[in-house]
Every structure is written in C-alpha cells, then in structure tokens.
Write a protein that binds this ligand. Structure first.
Ligand code: ADP
Ligand code: MG
Length: 688
C-alpha cells in the first residue's frame, strides 16, 4: 500500500501559515504590503489585544472585483506575477500569493472590498480556511480586511504568542517601518482605541521621520546619498555619532522599498562608523537601497524579510562608503581616515597605529584576498571569496587606533566639567552589552575578550596591534607581546585577598596593582560598574533608592516603539530612582534621576533602556528587567576609562570591589580583573 499522500489544501495552508504567520505583526505585514501594492494613499491599521482579538487593515487602494475577492484566498493566487521569469524581476511587495490563504487558514477573516467603478462591493467571510459567506456590501473604493481570533484553531501556535505588550511593540515597529518606506501614504495605527501612530501624507522621508520621531531625532540625522545605479543606490539618513544605541532597533533598512533585516547591510553600516562609534554601540539609520530588480532575490524567505544580493560584497561596499561619505561631509571623519577607508589596498603597508587601523578595517581582505580587491569601491566584479567571507563573519568589534576626535574631547572632559565636556562625557562609550555582543563574546575565548577590551580603549603608539577575531576565527594580527598576552588571565575570585595594593594607572583606564601572587590589572570602569550595580540592586531591594530632583525637568520625545516600551518599564525605572511623567502623546518628562547618575546621562540612559529592553526581554521576568536597568544605570554612572585616579580612589575602588557579589566580572559578564602571576612572569623571562 502506498504511504505517500498529497496533503489537502487546508493542511498545506496551515503549514504555509507556520512560515508566513508567526505573530500578529506578520499578519499586519502581509496586509499592509497588499495595501501598498494596491496603490493605497491611506492605510489604517486597528488592533485589539495586541492583534490576537482583532487586526484590521483598511486601505483606499484599487480594491477587488467579486471574483478576485474569492480567488484571493486560494493558495498561490496572485495578480502580481504570472510566469517564472517574473520571479527574477519582482517590483511588488507581494508575489507568492499565499499570504491571504495562510492567514485565513488560522483565523476568522472578513474581507470587504470595492473597486472604483463598481456599483457594489463584496464581503467575503472565511474561517479557519472554510469559506462561510460571499455577499454584496458597500464601501468606498478600497479594501478592508479584518482578522479576528488569530490561531483560534491552532492552540499550539496561540501559546507561542507573547504578551499583549510584546505583540503591540512588534506591530508598532512594523507600521513604523512601512510608514518610513512610504512617506506619500498616510498611515494610522490604533491599539485598543488609542492612537499610537498617525502620519499624514508627507512630501519626503525627512518630513515623515519628523512625524514619527520628532525634531530631536531629526537634528541628529545626516543625509546619505551614494552608491551606483548598477549595484545599489544608497539613500536616506544615518545618525550623527552622538546618537547612540545599544541595539540595532533604530536601524530601518529597506531594499527596493521592502523592509528587510539584513545582517550584511547592518554590518556594512557599522563598518561605516568604524573609528567613529565604538564596538557594541549602534547608530540609528533610515537606509534605502535601490538595487536593480534582477540583482536581488527577494524570494528567499516566506516572510520576505531576507533578501539575497547577487553582488553582496559590492552592495556592502556601497553602503559602507556612502555612510563614510556622509560622516566625512559632516565633519565626523577626517579626510585621511576617509581616504584610508576607500583605498584600502595594502593592509600591511606600514607598521604603526596606522597599520592597526587597516588591519582591522580590512580584516577580510588581509586574510583572504588583499590582491583581488579592486582599488575603488566602484568595484562590481563578482568576487565570491569575499562575498562568503563578508556573509559569514560577524562584527569586527574593533575600533581602530586612529584617534577619533570625540575621544580627545573625552579626555579633556574629565579635566574641566564644562557643558561641552559633559556632553562629550555623555558620548563616551556606554558599555552595556547587547545580546549579540554577549553571544559573540561567549563564542570567543578569554584571550580574545582581553583583546577586545583593550581595543575599545584609545590606542597609542605603544599598544600592541591587537585585532579581535570574529568568533571561531583565529586572531588576525598577532601582537608582538603575544607570549606575555597568553599569560594574562582572568583572575579567579578565590585568589583575591584584601592585600591588593594599587601601583598606578595604565592609560588612565586600568589600575595596575599587585598582591602576593603577582600583578593584577583592574578595569576601572568595569570595577566601578560592578560596585554600583550591586549598590543599586541592594537599595532597590531595600526600597531605599536615593534620587536627585532635577532643577528643570528634562522633556523628550519617544519613538512609537519606545513609547510602547515606556508604559511597560516606567514603574521599574521609578524603583531605581527615576521620577518620570508621561506628558501628552509620546513626550516624557524626567523630574528626578537616581543618585550618582550625572543628569546629563539621564536622556541617553532612558533611550538605551527603552531600546535595549526589547520586546522579548520585556516579556521576561521582572527581576531580569530590573537587572538590565541596574546594569545600564551602573554603566552610565561608573567612572569612565581615560579618567585619572588618585591612589586613594584606586584603593577605594579595589576595597569596594572585593565586597561585591562578583568582583571579577562587570554586570555584563566581562572580566574586571586580569592576573599575571609571578610564576608566569618568571616563565616569560625564561627563568627556571
Ligand atoms: P500576493 O500579495 O503575494 O499576491 P496575497 O495572498 O497577499 O498574495 O494576496 C492575493 C491577491 O489578492 C493579491 O495578488 C491581490 O490581487 C489581491 N489583494 C490582496 N489584498 C489586496 C488589497 N488590499 N487590495 C487589492 N487587492 C488585494
Ligand atoms: Mg501579499
């Protein structure tokens, strides 16, 4: 008896729904894309209960005839392509013809649609994939699709839905994306009757960005304009270096108007900020890539959030160089840095810090194909080795030695606390680790981590050239001090005694100390972070937080996504000493900040928490969320690197550090103390 059976359409649709319909936001994505494909000028999204109970998208697009309205729910029914050749040149957002069929198989769907010239419209009711009713209806030209009780017939899937707040966050994020991609279309999003986003038709991206993010965000944007028509035209905005985030949540990427999350493009964007932003800190970006239709495959993933570029490396070059050009144009990159970035021919040219910059910047080239690389970024030659290298490697995680200007300001800042200096301080590296960051770090070994730490600090001529290896790969430029570097290890908690004596500071960033066992290097920032982290947690637990009132409350505007996060975390923030008030709309006032936290850090900190504490984390236990907050707070309030310390202060730091819950690590799990034992010193000098 034969065992193989062809699945019924109903089962096939539910399987497809598994890929296309992950959560309410993915339903919204398909519906909004359909509205855009239908030429809508106005798209209204309404949700209830995070989209589980109701998700409705109404548009004023060209609508459907009665026959089409029924056909639309058939699997592989689409008006957008006809032949396989069309797949190679897809200009619409949809093309797979499976979204409506998939959605209808796992929800109760009502479609009401009418075309411009028809005298009456059509209403189609379909539940769990079963057509219930088709009847005449009336509405102005356009289409309204209401999706109710998502996953009502697939309880297993329903269980995977996150909290209402999490799903709302994703929905907001989704609508924000499409609103940015199409300034000419008016968008509204209402959640449980409350308007979350409203953007009237705008004349351009800038105006749209203003509608969504407010003036402040706009002031920090630099226009990007670059690339090549044959490869990728790059346009949009990136943030000035003072705008910094610990996640990529504020990076909005579009390829031919399609919202994507493409790691390669994100990486290229980060590379553009090399030497301008430290590792682990991300710029905001609204970046649009226009790629010839036949150069990009959008049919890679059922949800169409990933694309594949035929010439990935050339696209990455275009993105990186366009971003660097924008930074250069606005004075954030010195011209020679810029040149170095664009020629990048001879990574081994000379031996000073300059070499470091190149070795880091062109890691792939240095290891793989320094010679095949063409001199200009105009290169469109397909180069497979480079492409695969670019696609498989992770962040370089590296700040070149060439001293970026804000670092210099940073150093001055510690000397004179003027307003400008405080501002510079606010811009100095926040060390909050992102999830990616942690994963990457876990993947690399202790030694690689050591290198990362030191490479985050401003380098000088004396620094050994160290480049953090991407996970799995061996370090690139081996430091001349390699033999000794291998001997420096993370200190064991058990080895620490109160007999640690500070000897001095290395580069005003690391405390050099000794004890009976040998030499200790203590990261002053990490150490202080740990101390403050424990303190904040203790005070919070004892309900004894101290806060300082601000003379003048600071107000600022949240993005829609941040506003969604705000409602979730504001009470937690207050437990740590923030005094917060939600003013009208998405404006928030900060009236008090936790003791120890410089007031100038309040804004950055708040943005950081609202961005970092992403949807998944917010769904997790309160305790985890509190830890996140305490860690961010500690990071912001802790002594920065490049800060001179007196011996007393070093003593104090060491003593307090030893009393903490985990003296050898910072709250993000990075090492705070390294040890070089006497034994290893002797070995290093080849003494028996
Ligand atoms: P796809 O978008 O991949 O073609 P869908 O299942 O999303 O597949 O939609 C099927 C068809 O239904 C579309 O090709 C389009 O013709 C029609 N359609 C869906 N939504 C709308 C809408 N909002 N306005 C007009 N036509 C629509
Ligand atoms: Mg579609």
């Amino acid at each position: 008896m034969s065992k193989i059976r062809v699945l019924s359409d109903h089962v096939a649709n539910q399987i497809a729904a598994g890929e296309v319909v992950e959560r309410p936001a993915s339903v919204a994505k398909e519906l909004v894309e359909n509205s855009i494909d239908a030429g809508a000028r106005r798209v209204e999204v309404d949700v209830e209960a995070g989209g589980r109970r109701l998700l409705r998208v109404a548009d004023d697009g060209f609508g459907m005839t009665r026959d089409d309205a029924v056909l639309a729910f058939e699997r592989h029914a689409t008006s957008k392509i006809t032949t396989a050749e069309d797949l190679a040149r897809i200009s619409t957002l949809g093309f797979r013809g499976e979204a409506l069929a998939s959605i209808a198989s796992v929800a109760r769907v009502e479609l009401i649609t009418q075309t411009e010239d028809a005298t009456e419209g059509t209403r189609v009711l379909i539940e769990g994939g079963r057509m219930r009713d088709v009847s005449p209806a009336a509405r102005p030209a356009g289409t309204t699709i209401s999706v109710r009780d998502l996953f009502f017939n697939t309880p297993a899937r329903r269980k995977f839905l996150r909290s209402e707040a999490t799903e709302s966050f994703h929905l907001t994020n989704l609508v924000t994306h499409y609103a940015l991609a199409h300034p000419e279309i008016a968008f509204t999003l209402t959640n449980n009757g409350r308007e979350v986003l409203r953007a009237d038709a705008a004349s351009d991206l800038r105006e749209r960005a203003y509608q969504i993010f407010g003036t402040e965000f706009l002031e920090n944007l630099l226009a990007v304009e670059g690339g090549h028509a044959q490869v990728a035209l790059v346009s949009g905005y990136v943030s000035a270096p003072r705008e910094r985030r610990t996640t990529r949540d504020a990076q909005y990427l579009f390829v031919n108007g399609r919202y994507v999350r493409d790691r390669m493009v994100m990486r290229a964007l980060s590379e553009g900020y090399r030497s301008v932003l430290p590792h682990g800190v991300f710029p905001a970006a609204l970046l649009f890539l226009d790629v010839p239709l036949e150069e990009v495959d959008v049919n890679v993933h059922p949800a169409k959030t990933e694309v594949r570029f035929r010439r990935a490396a050339a696209v990455a070059d275009a993105v990186r160089e366009s971003v660097r050009a924008a930074l250069n144009l606005n004075g954030y990159l010195k011209l020679d840095d810029f040149d170095a970035a664009s020629e990048r021919l001879h990574p081994h040219a000379n031996k000073t810090t300059d070499t470091n910059a190149r070795a880091g910047a062109t890691r792939d080239d240095a290891t793989l194909d320094a010679h095949t690389r063409s001199p200009s970024s105009n290169s469109v030659a397909p180069d497979e080795s480079r492409e695969s290298a670019a696609q498989s490697s992770i962040e370089f995680g590296w700040t070149p030695a060439a001293e970026p200007s804000w670092r210099e300001e940073d150093t001055h800042a510690t000397a004179s606390p003027s307003a400008a200096a405080l501002d510079a301080l606010a811009r100095s590296a926040p060390r909050a680790a992102t999830h990616d960051d942690n994963v990457a770090r876990e993947a690399s070994n202790a030694q690689a981590r050591t290198e990362t730490r030191s490479s985050e600090t401003p380098a000088s001529e004396t620094r050994a050239p160290e480049v953090r290896a991407s996970s799995g790969a061996p370090p690139v430029a081996l430091p001349p001090l390699n033999s000794a570097a291998a001997l420096v290890r993370e200190a064991e908690v058990a080895s620490l005694t109160p007999n640690i004596r500070p000897l001095g500071q290395l580069e005003e960033s690391f405390i050099i100390a000794n004890d009976a066992e040998g030499i200790l290097l203590i990261d002053q920032h990490a150490a202080h972070e740990r101390i403050l982290f424990d303190k904040y947690n203790r005070l919070e637990a004892e309900r004894a937080v101290e806060s300082q009132q601000l003379l003048v409350p600071e107000t600022f505007d949240l993005t829609p996504a941040q506003a969604a996060a705000f409602d979730e975390v504001s009470t937690e923030l207050e437990r740590y000493g923030f005094g917060l008030m939600r003013l009208s709309g998405r404006t928030v006032a900060v009236r008090a900040v936790p003791a120890d936290l410089p007031a100038s850090e309040a804004r950055n900190l708040l943005a950081e928490i609202l961005d970092t504490v992403d949807a998944e984390k917010r769904g997790r236990a309160r305790a985890t969320l509190r830890e996140e907050i305490a860690a961010s707070l500690a990071c912001r309030a802790a002594i920065k690197i490049n800060t001179p310390l007196t011996v007393e202060k070093m003593r104090w730091l060491i003593d307090r550090l030893l009393l903490t819950s985990s003296p050898t690590t910072c709250p993000h799990g990075r090492p705070a103390i390294l040890r070089l034992t006497k034994r290893d010193i002797e070995r290093g000098f080849h003494r028996p």
